[in-house]
Write a protein that binds this ligand. Structure first.
Ligand SMILES: C[C@@]1(CC(=O)O)c2cc3[nH]c(cc4nc(cc5[nH]c(cc(n2)[C@H]1CCC(=O)O)[C@@](C)(CC(=O)O)[C@@H]5CCC(=O)O)C(CC(=O)O)=C4CCC(=O)O)c(CCC(=O)O)c3CC(=O)O
Ligand SMILES: NC(=O)C1=CN([C@@H]2O[C@H](COP(=O)(O)OP(=O)(O)OC[C@H]3O[C@@H](n4cnc5c(N)ncnc54)[C@H](O)[C@@H]3O)[C@@H](O)[C@H]2O)C=CC1
Length: 151
């Protein structure tokens, strides 16, 4: 059984977020964080997904991630394709009380992204407790349902 997380909504406006790695999934997660006003810094050995450089407001640093990079950071996304490396980042964040999302695990994190439905009036965030395929199916069903409702 995956850990039961607190379901909540966070104001990310001007919060310092760090993404380690710059591949396809990093790109998706960075774009989502930026949509909510986060200040995003990316540390990576190489930029695999070039589009990351074109995202407005992102600071990209080429180099190796070190523990010092966690200073004053609110939320970290361990977004490399190396599960052991992401796991190490997770442990460092847990020790420092930092929110951490890990793209190569279901449990080695304290913050999961959810499948989102959003319009001008409401936000619905679905988590299937670590199983994204399920949460996407449910979110899509909810979106259909909400189309037929007037508030
Ligand atoms: C635990 C979690 C941690 C996290 O990343 O936050 C996690 C983990 C993992 N995802 C993996 C794979 C895929 N994930 C997606 C998509 C999404 N994944 C998201 C969330 C989460 N994914 C968190 C749990 C959410 C919950 O609790 O329900 C969504 C909902 C939100 C978002 O990412 O923003 C977003 C849909 C966005 C949307 O449509 O709105 C796709 C499809 C695609 O990319 O199109 C694939 C491709 C493969 C496939 O088809 O399965 C693998 C590798 C599995 C493997 O290799 O075997 C892991 C690691 C593992 O499972 O160990
Ligand atoms: N959580 C999610 O929503 C999803 C997770 N996944 C998982 O995510 C993994 C990564 O997928 P992609 O982003 O498509 O891979 P990718 O190959 O596009 O990117 C990997 C990135 O990690 C970087 N990297 C690797 N080792 C590093 C290190 N030591 N330090 C800094 N950067 C490092 C690489 O330079 C590259 O930029 C997949 O193997 C899969 O297991 C896949 C789909 C969705």
């Amino acid at each position: 059984m995956n850990e039961n997380f607190f379901p909540g909504f966070i104001a990310l406006r001007n919060k310092r977020c760090l993404v380690v790695g710059a591949g396809n999934i990093a790109h998706k997660k960075i774009a989502k964080l930026l949509n909510y006003g986060a200040k995003v810094k990316v540390i990576t050995r190489e930029i695999k997904k070039e589009e990351i450089k074109n995202l407005e407001g992102v600071e990209v640093v080429i180099g190796d991630f070190t523990e010092k990079d966690l200073e004053n950071v609110f939320l970290v996304v361990a977004a490399t394709d190396n599960p052991d490396f992401n796991e190490w980042i997770y442990k460092l964040c847990e020790e420092r009380n930092i929110l951490i999302n890990n793209i190569t695990s279901k449990n080695s994190m304290n913050f999961r992204f959810s499948a989102v439905y959003e319009d001008e009036n409401i936000q619905v965030a679905v988590s299937a407790k670590g199983y994204p395929k399920k949460s996407v199916v449910i979110r899509n069903r909810i979106a259909e349902f909400l189309k037929g409702i007037k508030f």
